[in-house]
Design a protein around this ligand. Structure first.
Ligand code: ADP
Length: 615
């Protein structure tokens, strides 16, 4: 018996209705018998066109909400899978689903490995395909017990090249493209099945003094201003020389992203805590994936870069003189080991926020009770590999938590960025404010930890949601957190307070006081540091939040040329490090949006110097 998808069925019905309408309106007079005959002929034509293909739609719940896939089968085999409406992270979720589609179709099995770095999207995709198969009358359970298969890249890891860049996040892309543009042959390897690291997961905002938007708005700023903010924000523990390189290189790096990477920007700026001025530019999609997807495309256009995923660097190889001669790597899917011989290596492996043992080793407070916003890949591999050949580490105890994160998953709550656009107040269970909402991340995090149940609540209203557009822009995150009660919305303050277990009477008093301070233009309680916005009319939103590990300020000890130093402060010849893997730039505390400035500036320096060294 022929199995029809709902879509084909509906199409057939619609055509029959159309035939009937035509018969009634008299455009092409037809008796009901003639209309039925015509529909039979149309259906036969459609069947002939689809050559026996049947389709069905299945649903999955991804990291960013529900999505549908359409599965087409012909002669008992899946011949097409189309993702219809996914909001999964660009460059991660979509890439994973592409790879899995190919694996499923090539192997005709649903026993397919998930793609590392996009596990939730992969699992939702498998669920959706399975449910479509069931609709088609197949047994998805049987498909799940067929021969296992996994996606393996057909890109071969070269035996040698000039420069190996380890880690395809922002710093790695910048280093690889720069070294390749210097004429060197480059291998860019990443251990995950999807690229982009924490850069892809971030908001992508970048602190750039003197940027074009500031110029248009007549805002006076300078690299010296940023240097001062970064040093003060990190309790003057950062290396002033490294900080100056970041601040002075900011505008060049932003221009490089625009012209080399094709990145587009919003016509707006953000002001993060600890910055004395609005200076952070924002990618057009308000996501680091704008950068990593476009930089991946750029890398794929450059002939002298070989980009390989699922390839984990496990060891740095040195010659008798101590200079780097290669990298040993392991295929994360097949386990196969191989060595790439090279003249220089750039470590761009990111931080260690997801490595609990390593966190606790350097800072016992950062134990498994604290969740993390980071990618599962942020395990400090570059630090471990470099230490094994004598590299020095610095500032390892300085680990940053981000204050406004999902209390259940640790994910950074981007809807909570209303705070950074000068809307909303933070309260505790008792309904009282306890911190200046634009204070440093560490100050707010510690403030939240000290409250009842270690939880804070961000209160804002519809006016803030409309003015910032953040609830709409992050509708996927909103739906997800709303479904779990992490954020609640209601017409009255009393309702949101009760839903979150916050004292309603005290919350009302706090809001009244806040509105009065706004009218007076001064916050005597905590010294709110920017333009103050009242919270007058509903609907209101109340979002629960807890701090989660976000960034590791410590890492490899580098020179201003991005060379990696040994414990006795000599350079390891041919070894460079850039991005979060390198320490001593942010002191005790990184200010928001300075990481992007760092990774693209030092990534390009490391790429250029590695290329020069490999000459
Ligand atoms: P940064 O912001 O410093 O550029 P990211 O976190 O964005 O750092 O990117 C780091 C990248 O390095 C991630 O994509 C991660 O998968 C990759 N990586 C980490 N360890 C290894 C390793 N041992 N081999 C290859 N890639 C690695």
């Amino acid at each position: 018996m022929k199995r029809y998808s709902r879509r084909q069925f509906i199409t057939g019905g619609a055509l029959a209705a159309l035939g009937g309408t035509l018969a009634l309106t008299g455009c092409a007079p037809m008796t009901p018998e003639e209309a039925a005959e015509k529909e039979r002929a149309e259906a036969a034509k459609r069947d002939a066109n689809s050559q026996g293909e049947v389709t069905a739609i299945g649903e999955g719940m991804g990291k960013h909400g529900k999505f549908n896939v359409e599965v087409s089968m012909k002669d008992g085999a899946i011949d097409r899978i189309t993702v219809l409406d996914s909001r999964e992270t660009p460059g991660m979720g979509d890439v994973a689903m592409d790879k899995m589609t190919k694996t499923i179709i090539d192997n005709q099995t649903l026993d397919v490995d998930t793609i590392s770095g996009a596990t939730l999207s992969s699992m939702a995709f498998l669920t959706a395909v399975g449910s479509a198969l069931d609709t088609l009358g197949e047994d998805s359970n049987e498909w799940k017990h067929r021969e296992p298969a996994a996606w393996v890249s057909d890109v071969k890891l070269p035996d040698e090249c000039d420069v190996v860049v380890i880690g395809a996040g922002g710093a790695g892309f910048a280093a690889a493209i720069t070294a390749a543009n210097e004429g060197k042959s480059v291998v860019l390897m990443d251990k995950m099945g999807v690229l982009g690291g924490d850069t892809c997961l971030s908001g992508g905002e970048m602190a750039v003094p003197g940027n074009w938007i500031q110029v248009t708005q007549g805002v006076e700023d300078s690299p010296e201003n940023l240097i001062s903010d970064m040093l003060v924000g990190g309790d003057n523990k950062g290396d002033p020389e490294l900080v100056a390189i970041i601040a002075n290189g900011a505008l060049d790096s932003a221009n490089w992203l625009t012209y080399e990477g094709g990145i587009s920007w919003k016509h707006d700026l953000m002001q993060f805590g600890g910055h004395n001025i609005k200076r952070s530019i924002i990618p057009i999609t308000h996501s680091g994936s704008e950068m990593t997807t476009k930089l991946t495309n750029r890398v794929n256009e450059i002939d002298n870069i070989v980009l390989v995923d699922n390839t984990k660097a496990v060891e740095l190889i040195q010659g008798a003189d101590g200079a780097i001669t290669g990298v040993k790597a392991q295929n994360a899917v097949t386990g196969e080991e191989a060595t790439v011989n090279c003249k220089a290596v750039v470590l761009a492996t990111g931080g260690f926020g997801s490595n609990i043992d390593m966190r606790v080793k350097y800072n016992p407070d950062m134990d498994d009770k604290i969740l993390s916003t980071d990618s599962v890949a942020a395990t400090g591999d570059g630090i471990v590999m470099a230490e094994a050949i004598g590299a020095d580490t610095i500032d390892m105890e300085y680990i940053q938590t981000y204050p406004v994160c999902d209390p259940e998953t640790g994910a950074l709550l981007y809807v909570g960025d209303v705070r950074l656009e000068n809307y909303g107040i933070l309260v505790n269970k008792e309904g009282d404010r306890f911190v200046q909402e634009l204070d440093r991340r560490d100050v707010i995090s510690n403030g939240i930890k000290a409250q009842t149940d270690g939880v804070g609540f961000l209160l804002f209203n519809q006016k803030a949601a409309d003015a910032t557009g953040l609830v709409k822009q992050h509708a996927d995150e909103y739906e997800n957190s709303e479904s779990r009660g992490v954020i609640v919305k209601a017409d009255t303050l009393e309702e949101v307070a009760k839903a979150q277990g916050v004292d309603p009477t005290e919350l009302q008093a706090t809001v009244d006081k806040w509105n009065q301070y706004c009218a007076e233009g001064k916050d005597p309680d905590f010294g709110y540091s920017a333009e103050m916005n009242t919270i007058e009319d509903g609907p209101y939103y109340l979002m629960a939040c807890k701090p989660a590990v976000h960034y590791t300020m410590g890492g490899l000890h580098i020179t201003p040329e991005a060379e990696v130093l040994t414990v006795d402060e000599t350079v390891i010849p041919g070894l460079y490090a850039a991005g979060e893997v390198a320490g001593h730039k942010m002191g005790t505390n990184r200010l928001g949006s300075c990481s992007m400035t760092d990774i693209y500036t030092f990534g390009r320096i490391a790429g250029k110097n590695a290329a020069d060294y490999a000459a």
